[in-house]
Design a protein around this ligand. Structure first.
Ligand code: ZN
Length: 68
């Protein structure tokens, strides 16, 4: 029973994060900045964007952020 509740809490946490990402992506669509890196404004790779529609950063900026 507790495991089920823990699992549900984890799933909800992931969904909440996903919802945040989607809302952020929709804001960028409104602002006309969707499809561009939020850090360097470079156009994002089409394939990466198709795989992850809520992508915020280009590969190099994502790498930098992970390092820092
Ligand atoms: Zn970038």
């Amino acid at each position: 029973m507790n495991e089920t509740v823990d699992q549900a809490a984890q799933d909800l946490g992931r969904l909440t994060q996903l919802l945040d990402d989607v809302e952020s992506a929709m804001e960028r669509i409104d602002q006309g900045t969707y499809g561009r890196c939020e850090a360097c404004a470079q156009e994002l790779d089409r394939h990466a964007l198709t795989a992850t529609p809520t992508l915020q950063y280009c590969t190099s900026c994502a790498q930098t952020r992970n390092d820092g």
